[in-house]
Design a protein around this ligand. Structure first.
Ligand code: NDP
Ligand code: 8X3
Length: 254
């Protein structure tokens, strides 16, 4: 048997990057974890790894699929159904083009995943938190939630929406004692740029060339810090960049 369990955390986008590193860190810190993503092989492998430390459960769904989101989270066994912390992390950029060349499928993907998907997952979990009058929601935004950069148009718009939703959630859930906060990373070396550039690994690697980008573990560390503060402390909005980065467009490279 495991030691006395602490809180139950649901992490979307746990198969890679920030979500995976967060799951790994929280597992070592005795959180019970619900791992979500679309890539089943990765979920199985991660569950195997983390079960050495904690209790885990996997949910396989695409956040764009409203029905799957609702059915999947509603199907959680009793041992995992009391979600204390929701980490809305799943998301990506698709493409980096001037608005006039933007691809409609890329726009749909970003709006459907980064904004609507985050809302669908939250919509299932918030009523449970309201019922017990406690809970903590962390929304992963971006520096792109705070500024717009050339060719970032729709991705930046989706992250600005996350920023607005984060603020709105905090206001609307305040009466129920639910904490809501966003973490806005700058450049983190994950699969993010490979997804943005549709598997062009050279172009993706160039994004992080000549400086020390953040690592997924850096953000995991911050998420752990944020969720382990005493109840009366809510980190509402936190921007974190690599030291070499001053803004979306100013990066000191070798
Ligand atoms: P990764 O590409 O490494 O991870 C993205 C995660 O999101 C994967 O686990 C992926 O899982 C999941 N995901 C993507 N689409 C869907 C979908 N339709 N349904 C369910 N899950 C999905 O990138 P990061 O770890 O970097 O990104 C995590 C978050 O951090 C994103 O919201 C991103 O916008 C944000 N961010 C990233 C920054 C960076 O520079 N890397 C900077 C600022 C913010 P799967 O494919 O298995 O479904
Ligand atoms: C990811 C970081 O700079 O590509 O949100 O927008 S950036």
């Amino acid at each position: 048997m495991y030691k006395t369990m602490s809180k139950t955390v649901l992490i979307t986008g746990a198969t890679s990057g920030i979500g995976k590193a967060t799951a790994q860190l929280l597992a070592r810190n005795n959180y019970k974890i619900i791992l979500c993503g679309r890539r089943e092989d990765r979920l199985i492998e991660l569950e195997r790894e983390l079960s050495k430390h904690t209790e885990t459960h996997t949910l396989l769904f695409d956040v764009r699929d409203k029905k799957a989101v609702f059915e999947s989270i509603s199907s959680l066994p009793d041992a995992f159904s009391n979600i204390d912390i929701l980490i809305n992390n799943a998301g990506n950029a698709h493409g980096l083009d001037p608005i006039q060349n933007g691809d409609l499928d890329d726009w749909d993907a970003m709006i459907d995943i980064n904004v609507k998907g985050l809302l669908y997952v939250s919509k299932v979990i918030i009523p449970r938190m309201i019922e017990k009058k406690s809970g903590h929601i962390i929304n992963i935004g971006s520096t792109a939630a705070k500024e717009v950069y050339p060719n970032g148009n729709v991705y930046c718009a989706t992250k600005h929406a996350v920023d607005a939703i984060n603020q709105g959630m905090r206001m609307d859930l305040n009466a129920f004692g639910i904490k809501v906060g966003a973490i806005h990373p700058g450049m983190v070396a994950t699969e993010f740029s490979e997804v943005r550039f549709k598997g062009d690994t050279d172009r993706a690697a160039n994004v992080y060339k000549g400086f020390d980008p953040l690592q997924a573990e850096d953000i995991a560390d911050i998420i752990h810090f944020v969720i382990s503060r005493p109840y009366h402390v809510n980190i509402a909005d936190l921007i974190v960049m690599p030291t070499a980065q001053a803004s979306s467009t100013i990066v000191k490279r070798d």
